[in-house]
Design a binder for this molecule. Structure first.
Ligand SMILES: Cc1ncc(C[n+]2csc(CCOP(=O)(O)OP(=O)(O)O)c2C)c(N)n1
Ligand SMILES: [Mg+2]
Length: 621
């Protein structure tokens, strides 16, 4: 195709755009708090919400004006998105890294409908987030014909109430102050989760009849998590003393380095083996000598050995405790629970509702601990330190175990002229990431645990808690936003289906100068579901060879590179060998280190890799 002059101008502009100032309003003078929506904006500012991801809409034009012309588009600063799904996914990615809420603004019922899937995902991810929506005017006499009527719904939050922690629709500026303060308090209390405030257009656009006072937000802060009762700490210690083979399931824990260090000290102090999940953010150094099995989603063979050997399981808010015991041990949920002593530390039960089953199966627990897992670890260490106790460091039962990282490593298996498999790709990415401060914002389905060498709490941000395809690009960009101005290299490794569903999140990264590297494992398929079709066909004695129909994203092949370039990313031709991939990663890292954005289309054979290079056996989701 001939490159036109206009096209060249776009490409040059995209490549060289290095805006120091993004979206700065002019001629603001000295704005005064005069309108209902100014009040909401003012409280938001005082809560230190740095960014607000949004797609604009008239239902919140008053609030939009307050952010631009009253706050000067700072704290929060608008992060403009091309789809509501991305606005929420970006906030989710940001919240996972920072453990701080990002704000989101959504337009009326229609914007909320677009956003409902990632809100569910953020709920499952336990991510803090303050979402502003809008409706109305609630007063029918103030509605413009047609459009204001279709965009006004009664109880709008009912669309998302089952997967948000709290919602409100304040009816006065004073009530709005309280509403935002409460939203902040609730979303920042563990377990975190999104909250929703619906702003009546009438309220937003009403001038203030009286002075509104905004109290010190510090007085409305969330309480710290409860401490575990001392008796429970002592019971846990007694169980550890008795145990021959304690196993810690490191689940949903904090992103703080001090907490990470304490978790390591705890495992070492009590001489426990450790398992981590490839669904959740990094929780423990995966190459540590006590982390015997590679991280996995469902228990791998190595993980099953640990589960079988363990006589004591200490779950630190493991996502699916009953499920892992059932899969790893053949326990039958409550009918025949695992025959081991179980300590389970979690506050998740207070979020349980009757709609979402994301609380998972009910585990049998001997010592329930209702606190934040890192708080519990701190208390356990205090107790151990006080008594100058270290439990058996090298337990006999662990002597014969092989560490996953010492197992004969399957190298990149690609032969001359052979297409690259996901395993080859993963080993190349692993090699590249060694010794670099990399944050994997996401990793794709079927990624082998053997490629997961995580050495800190920001090494990996976990996957989409809600099993929500399309969130990968947004999560990656949100994580990169939170890590902007740090020395970390944010990489999102995502499937082509995930990329294509969320692809126009990329423009936001370019507009906002967010340094980020996106790598697609391009198997040209919704491959996960090919596996399901194969299984169903086999179960029904039907031809499994047709598994690809309705699954392949091919013919025509989508130009993934063009889609990234079109939105201001740099990229080159797709790579299909490990050498080319290694080169592209290096180049991408340099560009990102200089503040840029790079995209790699890594073409792989359809197939999964997490149980070996040739494994083609099962869907993951
Ligand atoms: C919103 C949504 N739609 C559909 C699915 C079902 N689903 C699960 S995995 C998957 C395939 C994703 O494709 P890709 O990202 O390319 O990964 P691959 O399966 O090829 O490894 C699909 C369609 C889902 N989980 N979420
Ligand atoms: Mg795919």
């Amino acid at each position: 195709m001939k490159t036109t002059h206009a096209r060249k101008a776009i490409e040059t502009n995209n490549r060289h755009s290095k805006k120091a100032q993004i979206d700065r309003p002019q001629n603001l003078g000295k704005p005064q708090m005069k309108w209902g929506s100014d009040v909401v904006a003012e409280v938001t500012r005082r809560l230190n919400l740095k960014y607000i991801a949004l797609v604009p809409g008239a239902s919140y034009r008053g609030f939009h004006d307050s952010i631009v012309n009253y706050l000067g588009n700072r704290n929060p600063q608008m992060v403009i998105c091309l789809h509501e799904e991305h606005a929420v996914s970006i906030a989710d990615g940001y919240g996972k890294v920072s453990e701080e809420p990002m704000a989101v603004a959504l337009h009326s019922n229609v914007g909320l409908m677009h956003a409902s899937m990632p809100i569910f995902n953020a709920w499952c991810d336990r991510t803090p987030m303050v979402i502003f929506g809008a409706t109305g005017p609630v007063d029918a006499h103030r509605r413009r014909p047609w459009i204001d009527w279709i965009h006004t719904s009664k109880d709008q939050a009912s669309m998302i109430r089952n997967y948000t922690k709290w919602d409100d629709q304040p009816a006065s500026p004073q009530a709005a102050v309280e509403s935002v303060l409460r939203a902040n308090q609730i979303t920042r209390s563990r377990p975190y989760g999104p909250v929703y405030i619906c702003l009546d257009a009438g309220l937003q656009e009403s001038s203030l009849a009286e002075e509104i006072s905004i109290p010190d937000p510090a007085r409305f802060s969330p309480a710290p998590p409860p401490a575990a009762p001392h008796a429970s700490v002592l019971s846990a210690l007694r169980a550890i003393d008795k145990a021959k083979f304690p196993l810690i399931l490191m689940g949903r824990v904090s992103r703080k380095q001090a907490d990470w260090d304490r978790r390591v000290r705890f495992a070492e102090g009590i001489g426990a083996a450790v398992l981590t999940s490839s669904n959740d953010p990094a929780a423990f150094p995966t190459t540590h000598p006590l982390h015997f099995a590679a991280p996995c989603l469902r228990p791998s063979k190595d993980a099953t050995v640990l589960l079988e050997k363990a006589d004591l399981v200490i779950s630190l808010d493991w996502l699916d405790l009953a499920g892992v015991l059932r899969l790893g041990l053949g326990a039958a949920q409550t009918q025949k629970p695992a025959d081991k002593t179980i300590i389970h530390c979690s506050v998740d039960s207070i979020r349980t509702n009757g709609w979402s089953m994301d609380h998972q199966a009910l585990p049998a627990v001997d010592i329930p601990i209702f606190t934040d897992p890192d708080q519990f670890v701190e208390q356990m260490l205090d107790e151990l330190d006080q008594k100058k106790l270290t439990r058996v460091k090298n337990r006999l039962e662990m002597k014969g175990l092989m560490h996953w990282n010492n197992a004969p490593v399957r190298k990149a298996a690609q032969g001359q002229g052979q297409p690259m498999t996901l395993w080859d790709m993963a080993m190349t990415v692993r090699q590249f990431a060694r010794g670099r401060p990399v944050t994997f914002a996401r990793l794709p389905l079927g990624w082998p645990g053997e490629a997961c060498e995580f050495d800190g709490p920001l090494s990996f941000m976990g996957n989409d808690g809600g099993g929500a395809v399309g969130t990968g690009p947004g999560h990656t960009i949100g994580a990169a936003l939170a890590l902007k101005n740090t020395d970390r290299l944010t990489i999102g490794v995502i499937g082509d289906g995930d990329y294509l569903m969320g692809v126009n999140a990329l423009w936001t990264a370019a507009h906002f100068n967010i340094p980020v590297l996106i790598v697609v494992a391009d198997n040209r398929s919704y491959f996960n579901d090919e596996m399901h079709q194969e299984r169903v066909a086999q179960m029904r004695s039907r031809p499994a060879q047709n598994r690809w129909i309705g699954q392949r994203i091919d013919d025509p092949r989508v130009d993934l590179v063009a889609m990234a370039r079109a939105q201001g990313f740099q990229s080159e031709d797709p790579v299909s060998t490990t050498e080319a991939l290694a080169k592209a990663l290096k180049k991408g890292a340099e560009i990102v280190a200089n503040g840029g954005r790079y995209f790699i289309d890594s073409v792989v054979e359809p197939g999964y890799a997490d149980t070996g290079p040739d494994q083609r056996a099962g869907g993951k989701n």
